[in-house]
Write a new protein. Structure first.
Length: 78
């Protein structure tokens, strides 16, 4: 598992983010405070405070993780 911070501060960004990660068949969790939601759920994402970066837990490793990281590059913040 790997954790990165992502910024999903617009409706269009959330829609493209969900479309991008739905191509993969492993789990993604968004963690905001004590809330953990399925990152593939648009409704779940909109229940979070999107004004600040959110932790994304990626449940993958090896080559799959490398592929996911390249797809998620536009959303990742430092």
């Amino acid at each position: 598992m790997k954790t990165v911070k992502v910024s999903l501060n617009s409706i269009d960004k959330v829609k493209t983010f969900v479309n991008d990660i739905n191509r993969f068949d492993f789990d993604f969790d968004l963690v905001s405070g004590r809330y953990v939601i399925d990152a593939k759920s648009i409704m779940g994402i909109f229940s979070l405070d999107l004004s600040k970066p959110i932790d994304l837990n990626i449940h993958a490793d090896g080559d799959k993780l490398t592929e996911v990281m390249s797809v998620l590059k536009p959303y990742i913040v430092d």
